[in-house]
Design a binder for this molecule. Structure first.
Ligand code: GLY
Length: 624
């Protein structure tokens, strides 16, 4: 079954079950500045799990473009992808476990749909803890499904966690939160126990991963294909869980993984949508991707790994740059992720002997493969190609020299943060690439030291030694840093003019402008806009110093800092002061970086004030 057929079948199935088909959301969520990318189908639906009514009804289904970057380092094995498509069906306070599980089983095993052998399916449920009970209800529903097919549905305990009770060959397993709890996205919000479906590839268990095999064993025998989440809880800011008003279902099926199982392939990289990419890479490098057997020669394994990394990273980069809210390579936010992906791909390309520009050629294949479904890729084709060409031109010239420099540095010691910074600033090596290189050489890079160095030079580059960022890597970082500081001044000025109810809801900075979303009930008057603009420009003219201090969240509150008091910042937070300590103009929690003095900002102008959504205003502004 082709990937495109699987996509269509899924939507058809849930349409038959009364679901409305909704479009994929953008990969770059505009409304939620706390996350860089859309990582799951449910992300665009969060308001509807907590009670908002959806215009398309209470039963929804879609195919969502997703980016997950936590697994970037895992790419190269047989199942991790940075970009993937997630099939999903949702109940917004409508059906619950009985229907969700029964339909999952029907779709996977029925002859009319995927016709997978039910004997190859294994499922997991939540084991229960202080926050929620064991999911006996789901166990019962699954048992009935399997038993109807004449399959015994024994319950086994995970072998890894409980070696003495581990049971191989059971059908249903229960695990704790780490494996069988989903959400929230970010720190707070809808979440709940889940039930996952695994496909048994039939591979032999590798005892290096534990005495007995079980669905969440990492040996690669079982592949997770679908996740039914029962969103009935809400995680609160203090870490506790409360009930949601309605019982929701949120499911996520990995399109590529399921297609691989259906096509009898061991890995996602062997499904038909990757074939064209590997063909192109074979033409460029002379090296063919070979379906991998466990005993493959180490050269084959190495080459395959490089080919997979390139295919995955350039597919992801194409989708991010080609997205309706597309991001281009840079040193901040989503742009930095694209840069990392593209530069890592280029480096792997060199390993395969590709010494010419190639990323745009691979992107053309990706657009050819996916453009019929994701029309934005065709629309934004020129941007994708020109951005990749530009990025490859920049990095291609410094990569070789940087690698030589790296080898020199590594000769008698593991390189330190200062040296990693040199590789970053002079040769354009993303920190993570250096980290990986050091890792390959058996070392461990001191990230904190790199960060210290980075920050020091951010300050320096504002004054005498702007040349620190050579090789074009600094690109727009100077502009975005200036706009970042301007955002703090704007935030403060808005609170002075409109009152302390103004709270930041989002911020987005490009090389040209800043965008700031904040809570406020009505349109600002032209007078208010002028006043805010004047306050910011006054602060700029005063040439106030900008500095930061690390302190606990409590201390930050004590000094009157505004900003997100979330635990994700860790115990210590950075507090930026604009102005002399006692009567600082702005005090805000923030990761930085910022300019050293406000006079570097020049002149501030508000371009637009508009509504972003109910109760939220949006300002776009620029510096000149
Ligand atoms: N929201 C379900 C999943 O991502 O697996």
């Amino acid at each position: 079954m082709l990937t495109s057929e699987l996509r269509q079948k899924y939507l058809d199935f849930f349409k038959e079950k009364g679901h409305s088909i909704i479009p994929s959301a953008s990969l770059i969520p505009k409304e939620d500045p706390t996350v860089l990318f859309t990582t799951a189908g449910m992300q665009q639906l969060v308001p509807y799990f907590i009670g908002k009514s959806h215009p398309m009804g209470n039963r929804l289904t879609d195919v969502q473009k997703c980016i997950r970057t936590v697994d970037i380092d895992e790419v190269g094995d047989n199942r991790h992808l940075t970009f993937f498509e997630m099939l999903g069906n949702w109940s917004l306070g409508d059906y619950f476990k009985q229907e969700a599980i029964t339909w999952s089983f029907e779709f996977l095993t029925d002859e009319k749909w995927l016709a997978l052998d039910p004997k190859k399916l294994f499922v997991t449920v939540f084991a229960g803890d202080k926050d929620a009970p064991k999911d006996e209800e789901s166990i019962g529903i699954w048992q009935a499904q399997f038993q109807m097919q004449g399959i015994s549905a024994e319950i086994g305990k995970p072998g890894k966690d409980e070696p003495t009770d581990g049971k191989e060959g059971a059908r249903i397993y229960s695990y704790g939160k780490k494996e069988n709890w989903w959400g929230p996205i970010g720190e707070t919000g809808p979440c709940g126990p889940n039930s996952e479906m695994f496909y048994d590839t039939g591979r032999k268990h590798d005892p290096d991963f534990g005495k007995v095999c079980h669905p969440n064993c990492d040996c690669g025998r079982f592949v997770e294909i679908w996740n039914d989440v029962f969103l009935v809880h809400e995680k609160k800011a203090d870490g506790s869980f409360g009930p949601l008003k309605q019982k929701n279902v949120d499911t996520g099926m990995g399109l590529e993984r399921t297609a691989a199982m259906l096509q009898g392939k061991d890995t996602v990289f062997e499904i038909e949508t990757f074939a064209g990419i590997f063909d192109a890479l074979a033409t460029l490098s002379g090296i063919k991707y070979e379906p991998e057997t466990p005993n493959a020669k180490s050269e084959v394994q190495k080459a395959n790994k490089s080919l997979r990394i390139i295919a995955d990273h350039l597919r992801a980069a194409t989708f991010i740059i080609g997205d309706e809210n597309g991001a281009v390579p840079s040193n901040v936010g989503q742009g930095y992720i694209v840069r990392r992906l593209v530069r890592r791909a280029i480096r792997e390309g060199r390993r395969l002997g590709i010494d010419k520009a190639f990323t745009d050629k691979v992107a053309l294949v990706v657009i050819g493969e996916f453009g019929y479904h994701y029309k934005e890729l065709e629309t934004n084709k020129d941007r994708v190609i020109s951005e990749l060409k530009k990025e490859e031109e920049k990095f291609g010239t410094t990569l070789e020299k940087g690698l030589k420099e790296f080898e020199k540095m590594m000769k008698d010691h593991v390189i330190d943060g200062k040296e990693a910074f040199i590789l970053f600033s002079t040769y354009g090596f993303p920190l993570e690439l250096t980290q990986e290189l050091v890792g390959e050489n058996g070392g461990n890079l001191d990230i904190a030291e790199f960060k210290k160095e980075f920050e020091k030079h951010q300050e320096l580059s504002r004054t005498a030694s702007a040349g620190m960022f050579k090789g074009g890597l600094a690109d727009h970082s100077e502009e975005t840093t200036r706009l970042h500081t301007a955002t703090h001044l704007l935030h403060k000025a808005l609170r002075q003019v409109l009152g302390d109810d103004v709270a930041q809801k989002g911020s987005n900075i490009t090389a040209e402008r800043l965008r700031f979303d904040f809570t406020y009930g009505e349109k600002m008057t032209p007078e208010q806009i002028k006043e805010v603009e004047n306050l910011v420009n006054e602060a700029i003219k005063k040439d106030l110093p900008v500095r930061f201090e690390e302190m606990s969240v409590e201390q930050a509150k004590g000094v009157g800092a505004v900003g997100l008091f979330e635990s994700k910042y860790g115990d210590k937070v950075k507090v930026y002061f604009v102005g002399e300590d006692k009567d600082a103009f702005s005090v805000e929690i923030c990761g930085g970086p910022h300019v050293a003095r406000t006079s570097e900002l020049g002149s501030f102008k508000i371009l637009k004030e508009e509504s972003a959504s109910a109760g939220i205003r949006r300002i776009k502004a620029t510096l000149s």
